[in-house]
Design a protein around this ligand. Structure first.
Ligand code: 8X3
Length: 250
């Protein structure tokens, strides 16, 4: 028996993990709603992937635009089976005492407030369809590091939100997963540092993970037999591991 294609809504699909995930899910026969701010990039993705991809350009932090975009989804894409909360960013690597409050606010609005709002909006549909939520957290949720301050805290929120959603959605059949990657070479570090050179230096010789590595992981999680739930999944490149404690000496 032929089953109807499933639909994933992937945020932050204009680049990096989001774009790679859109490609992976379309290749797997799903429909994808690809969201992001950069309309041209979404249209290029739609031109590449065809009718299975519905581009939806809006700023996740704009409540009115977000609601209009979701409420206006065409019939073929209205039933979301999987929400991939991928949109997010890090701004700055300075210690807390030198960081910009405005950077912290943008991270909190993007990485937490928008994710919470979109998830809340889609929960009734996800419950009706026994769907799933995959949240992109980070190793920064699990390990403190200098300069991680508010970025790491937003990702810790996302990890705990995922687990608490699981607790509340118990018995509904809805799956929830927190994915916690380490170094993935995307635009992430250029955005974080504001510099291509800093990004090249960080990833140079490090053999980091790729957006495609994480997209494949998302695909695996989403297509596991329905009686399985991956609660949390932390990934690093082999070249990345843990640093020790610091000691400030007098
Ligand atoms: C960021 C992970 O390892 O690049 O989410 O700092 S890492």
């Amino acid at each position: 028996m032929k089953t109807a294609p499933k639909t994933a809504l992937i945020t932050g699909a204009t680049a990096g993990i989001g774009a790679a995930a859109a490609r992976r899910f379309v290749a797997g026969g799903w429909r994808v709603i690809a969201t992001g701010r950069r309309q041209q990039r979404l249209h290029a993705l739609a031109a590449e992937l065809g009718d299975a991809l519905h581009p939806l350009a809006f700023d996740m932090r704009d409540e009115v635009a977000r609601e209009a975009a979701i409420a206006g989804l065409p019939t073929g894409f209205a039933g979301v089976d999987l929400l991939v909360n991928n949109a997010g960013l890090a701004l700055g690597t300075a210690p807390a005492q030198a960081a910009k409050l405005s950077d912290w606010q943008v991270m909190i609005d993007t990485n937490i407030v928008s994710v919470v709002a979109l998830t809340h909006r889609l929960l009734p549909t996800l419950i009706e369809r026994r769907g799933g939520v995959i949240n992109l957290s980070s190793v920064a949720a699990n390990y403190p590091y200098p300069g991680g301050n508010v970025y790491g805290a937003t990702k810790a929120f996302i990890r705990q939100l995922s687990l608490n959603l699981r607790a509340d959605l118990h018995g509904t059949g809805v799956r929830v997963t927190s994915i916690e990657p380490g170094m993935v070479e995307t635009e992430f570090t250029t955005v974080r540092t504001g510099s291509q050179a800093a990004s090249d230096q960080l990833y140079g010789g490090a053999n980091p993970m790729t957006a495609e590595d994480i997209a494949e992981t998302l695909w695996w999680v989403a297509t596991l037999p329905v009686h399985l739930n991956v609660n949390t999944l932390e990934l690093m490149p082999v070249t990345q591991s843990f640093a020790g404690f610091q000691v400030a000496r007098s």
